[in-house]
Design a protein. Structure first.
Length: 94
């Protein structure tokens, strides 16, 4: 990986592995090209999420839902009750 992730989710799209978000403000996402053996940074998430559920829909959209994140002001974990739509086309552009 290009950046360390913790509490992230993985999904397999077209033979590529996508790593989505993670703990402690990590909104970054990365794609691992299995054939080339290379990592690439891709579009970031809007919200950092630990342990979210992931659903690939119609081969071009990933829904990332729920999870939790660290609230630095309250110094505690808070649960996220939203769903983020992640456009896979962003990941594969370039």
């Amino acid at each position: 990986m290009l950046k360390a992730h913790s509490g992230h989710s993985f999904v397999n799209i077209g033979g590529n592995l996508l790593v989505l978000s993670g703990a402690y403000g990590n909104k970054t996402c990365e794609m691992y090209n299995v054939q080339k053996g290379m990592w690439k940074a891709i579009a970031r998430m809007n919200i950092d999420r630990v342990g979210p559920g992931v659903l690939v829909y119609d081969s071009n959209v990933i829904y990332v839902f729920f999870g939790k994140r660290w609230d630095y002001q309250r110094e505690q974990w808070v649960f996220i009750d939203s769903v983020e739509k992640y456009d896979i086309n962003k990941a594969f552009s370039d």
